[in-house]
Design a protein around this ligand. Structure first.
Ligand SMILES: Nc1ncnc2c1ncn2[C@@H]1O[C@H](COP(=O)(O)OP(=O)(O)OP(=O)(O)O)[C@@H](O)[C@H]1O
Ligand SMILES: [Mg+2]
Length: 441
């Protein structure tokens, strides 16, 4: 006889239905998991075995086969522990026969039989609700699952024993309540900015229209400070946005104690961020910074320091509002509709636009062509990009061609990498830039 328990596999923020089938048959003693499991899933049999023993249940000395159907869908993550353990418990008669048929199950097991938190409970709960099922999830993520629907049956046990007692009727669990996270610290406020009326006005226009924004000015002008204060004047998340933003955070494992946050996200990746960190991906696909900034702000400070490939990778999400990561056997799509705010200095030393100064290095290679002239009071220069500009000013293929040409040795040169193509400008050195005040004529 085969015991079945419903669970999910994640594709982006979509939760696809997966059937955990367990068969206990006579034969050589074995515990096998099949159905394209990754390393974490394959290791689950050791956790399941230890958790069942810790809960006072011994596995029968028979052949136990676990199949994760559909067999051609890759299964990633540790959330298969709990459905496998419950299916085994159902197969050996430790749980009533029909107890699990109306639930979707996910959770990780510790060796002592306790159930630990996993990522993706909110999208799993929404998918289970869509299929007319209840949800069994770890206690720590119960408040997150309770957001899916007010009348949905949600069980959030702390351990296998607590769940078994619930089904026996000796310790009935209460439904968890949906929770909103208490704001962590005070949000930087636009009131902190002294003066800078033009920059504040630009921030307000960007906040009202959802425009992208570029601050271009000398060091210490307050660019980073202004950008960090944009979330304080953004409208609050509406209920639909709250669920969408929280689903991404849930899949990324960033919801603390299962509580949702109604603040708009503000993400500030360091300029050393890789393409996978920015747009998502990696071995086990995870949402990148552009998706974690969905519904909020992505702030790229020191814009020219980001590698051109990383900046180029922003074009697709900025144009389509989502990012698609192609893997060898499937594709993953994450929402990525964010407001891009960037800050930069006009040149290597930052003073090129200042009255009375000139920079011998020239402008940074990725400086936008429409940079406004410096304001006479040495405050700031800024330009607002259209929300959906047809062509990003960040980096172009001609830039790439020029860089490639610089790397090519000149004809006649023996050593590689020491020359540069004739007619191209000298490569700027990495030393601090020389500054000299302009003498009045
Ligand atoms: N208008 C302002 N009102 C209040 N404080 C300001 C203002 N402008 C600058 N400051 C102060 O100057 C500090 C430096 O500002 P900030 O780091 O934002 O400059 P920046 O333009 O980003 O410089 P850099 O180009 O070096 O990154 C701020 O932390 C703040 O204390
Ligand atoms: Mg700064």
């Amino acid at each position: 006889m085969v015991t079945r328990v419903a669970t999910v596999a994640f594709e982006g923020i979509e939760a696809r239905a997966v059937d955990v089938q367990v068969q206990i048959a006579p034969g050589a003693v074995a515990f096998t998991v099949v159905g394209l499991p990754d390393k974490a899933v394959a290791e689950s049999r050791e956790r399941v075995r230890a958790a069942l023993i810790a809960s006072g249940l011994a596995l029968p000395a028979k052949r136990i086969t676990v199949n994760l159907a559909p067999a051609d869908l890759p299964k990633e993550g540790s959330h298969y522990d709990l459905p496998i353990a419950l299916a085994v418990m159902g197969a050996i008669g430790a749980l009533p026969e029909d107890a699990l048929s109306s639930y979707c199950v996910l959770g990780e097991l510790a060796l002592d039989g306790s159930i630990t938190a996993v990522a993706g409970v909110l999208p799993a709960a929404m998918a289970a609700n869509g299929r007319g099922l209840g949800l069994i999830c770890p206690a720590a993520t119960g408040p997150e699952a309770a957001w899916a629907a007010g009348d949905m049956d949600v069980l959030a046990p702390r351990s296998l024993i607590q769940l078994a007692n619930h089904f026996k009727g000796s310790q009935v669990m209460a439904r968890p309540r949906p929770a909103i996270a208490a704001p962590a610290g005070t949000m930087p406020d636009l009131r902190d900015i002294k003066g800078q009326e033009g920059a504040k006005r630009a921030l307000e226009i960007a906040a009202a229209g959802g425009h992208n924004l570029l601050f271009n000015g000398p060091p210490g002008a307050g660019k980073s400070m202004l950008a960090a204060r944009l979330p304080s004047i953004l409208p609050p998340l509406d209920p639909r946005e709250l669920l969408e933003v929280s689903m991404i955070q849930s899949v990324a494992g960033q919801l603390k104690d299962g509580a949702l946050s109604n603040r708009r996200p503000f993400r500030q990746p360091h300029h050393s961020a890789s393409m996978a960190a920015l747009v998502g991906g990696g071995l086990n696909a995870r949402p990148g910074e552009v998706s974690l900034a969905h519904g909020g702000v992505l702030f790229l400070d020191e814009l020219p320091e980001f590698t051109p490939q990383v900046l180029d990778s922003l074009r697709q999400p900025m144009e389509t509002g989502e990012v698609m990561i192609a893997r060898a056997n499937h594709r993953v799509t994450y929402p990525a509709r964010f407001q891009l705010v960037a800050a930069m200095n006009p040149c290597r030393c930052g003073m090129a636009l200042e009255p009375g100064y000139t920079c011998r290095r020239g402008r940074t290679s990725v400086a936008p062509r429409n940079t406004a002239p410096a304001s006479p009071d040495r405050s700031w220069t800024g330009s607002i990009c259209a929300s959906k500009s047809p062509r990003s000013p960040l980096s172009t293929s001609s830039c790439r061609r020029r860089r490639k040409a610089r790397r090519r040795p000149p004809p006649g040169s023996r050593r590689r990498g020491i020359g540069r193509a004739p007619g191209l400008p000298a490569r700027p050195c990495r030393l601090p830039p020389p500054m000299r005040p302009v003498r009045p004529p």
